[in-house]
Ligand binder design. Structure first.
Ligand code: ADP
Length: 467
């Protein structure tokens, strides 16, 4: 079966968060299962496109208020584990960022160019798998736009990685969508706006979310799409994300200061911790707590300054924070450095290598998220022998069990300062129970969250759609 994933992000080409990790891994695992799974994404102006060479497989032009030329490029030399097709629209997508304020035009152009190429292929795809709102108009265009008539019987799947962002825009831009029977315009609309994510939920053959629990939560909190998701629940299913266990393997990860396996976890983690603590002026004798992520409300980032302040007061732990986002939260988190030198530090920004080292160096990873569609960080933490401390929400609820309830992590019930601070207090007690803590470390490293099983679940889902 030929599957095309269409996405704004794909690791290692361009990644902002978990979407990139998923699209960079899932096709690889689907190919391992004998399918032909490829990725279509924008050609950005970034390190990856500068350091690789490409060949052109198609050229075209489309109208989006005016004419835009585009090329479809593929790698000369590909070791990714899946075919990669990059949509090069110099005037829209060749930017050094992934997202910006004119994303309506940028991603509309991306979707139109991708379909203009797909529709003329000698062998049409068996499945078109869209990811998030940036590709949400594809199911509509494939089923309604005259230009893509040949693709109308090709099944489409939309995966919701984050339902809060929907990409809505005004109806006065409806003329930018390739011509279709206007009586079908309702399929684009939600609450008097063109809403790409809502349209995808209406038009795709299947809707998936990145964890089963998130699917249920969206029926009650989906930034306005609750009713729609309840109405369409017959075609909705939650499939837990996996992790790329080749990229995220402490035994081979070349970002680490020292590699380690389950057997050598204690000594291996110690070397990484000592390096990190030296680099960031922290005490390596104390349990090390980490936060890695976007500093936004969904991640509970606004709670962190107070949670950290409460915990650091006792000076019995070290904390390292890696992230960027809300400017006020960034400032508050940075300010704590003056209060607790030697116990607390931050790296404000995005740093892929530091994230890998931090998963390896830390004893605990804190995730007081309010919303977590799946969450990959807790799964990376487990694989690196780091205990996740998580709020019981979304995919975190599906993947972490509390150590006091014959589990292996720390769960708290509610994204509040009190719950978060108390969870850290429990973690320190757990850490001080040395034998139990070390046994737990070995246990969590063996939990299999690789894509092997979920990739098969997606294949089964596609098979159910092929007539
Ligand atoms: P989301 O996609 O909502 O941001 P996920 O948990 O699904 O959250 O994925 C987050 C991914 O982004 C992980 O791979 C994590 O390590 C990475 N990440 C987030 N912030 C940073 C950062 N500041 N530096 C490096 N990696 C980061």
């Amino acid at each position: 079966m030929t599957i095309f994933h269409i996405s704004a992000e794909c690791f290692p080409i361009a990644k902002v968060g978990g979407l990139g990790d998923v699209v960079g891994a899932l096709p690889k695992y689907q190919n391992k299962l004998g399918e032909t799974s490829s990725v279509i994404m924008p050609f950005y102006n970034n390190k990856f496109t500068h350091s690789h060479t490409f060949k052109k497989v198609f050229s075209g032009r489309f109208n989006l208020g005016r004419t835009f030329n585009f090329d479809i490029l593929t790698l000369e030399d590909n070791t990714l584990g899946y075919d990669l097709y990059l949509v090069h629209i110099p005037e829209l997508l060749y930017t050094d960022y992934v997202y910006s304020s004119n994303d309506t035009e940028r991603f509309l152009g991306f979707q139109i160019a991708a379909l203009d190429w797909l529709v003329q292929l000698k062998t049409l795809p068996d499945i078109v798998h869209c990811h998030d709102h940036h590709t949400g108009l594809i199911p509509f265009m494939m089923s309604q736009s005259y230009a893509y008539h040949k693709l109308r019987n090709t099944p489409t799947v939309i995966t919701i990685h984050n339902g809060q962002y929907q990409g809505w825009f005004s109806h006065n831009k409806i003329h930018l969508i390739p011509p279709f029977d206007f009586s079908k315009a309702g399929l684009l609309d939600w609450k008097h706006l063109i809403n790409p994510l809502a349209s995808a939920i209406k038009c795709a053959w299947k809707v998936t979310t990145v964890s089963p629990n998130y699917m249920e939560e969206l029926k009650f909190a989906a930034n306005g799409l609750e009713d729609l998701l309840r109405y369409e629940s017959g075609k909705c299913v939650g499939i837990l994300n996996g992790i790329d266990d080749k990229v995220w393997d402490p035994a081979t990860d070349d970002s680490l200061i020292k590699n380690y396996s389950v057997k050598t976890a204690n000594s291996g983690k110690k070397v990484n911790k000592e390096w990190l603590c030296k680099e960031f002026n922290l005490n390596p004798e104390l349990p090390l707590f980490a936060f890695i992520g976007r500093l936004v409300g969904e991640k509970g980032a606004d709670l962190l300054p107070e949670i950290f302040n409460n915990s650091l007061y006792h000076k019995n732990l070290s904390i390292m924070m890696l992230g960027s986002g809300d400017a006020v939260v960034e400032q508050e988190l940075d300010r704590l450095k003056n209060q607790y030198p030697g116990f607390y530090n931050t790296y404000i920004g995005y740093n892929e290598r530091l994230a890998h080292i931090l998963y390896a160096a830390a004893d605990f990873l804190v995730m007081p998220s309010r919303v977590e569609p799946c969450g990959l960080n807790q799964m990376y933490a487990l694989r690196y022998g780091t205990v996740p401390i998580v709020n019981k929400v979304g995919g975190l609820k599906d993947t972490v069990e509390d150590f006091d309830n014959s589990g292996f992590g720390i769960l708290h019930d509610g994204a509040t300062v009190q719950e978060g601070s108390f969870a850290i207090h429990r973690a320190i007690n757990f850490y001080n129970d040395t034998d139990r803590f070390k046994k737990n470390r070995n246990l969590i490293m063996k939990i299999d969250h690789s894509w092997d099983s979920s990739a098969q679940v997606y294949i089964n889902l596609y098979n159910s759609l092929i007539l």
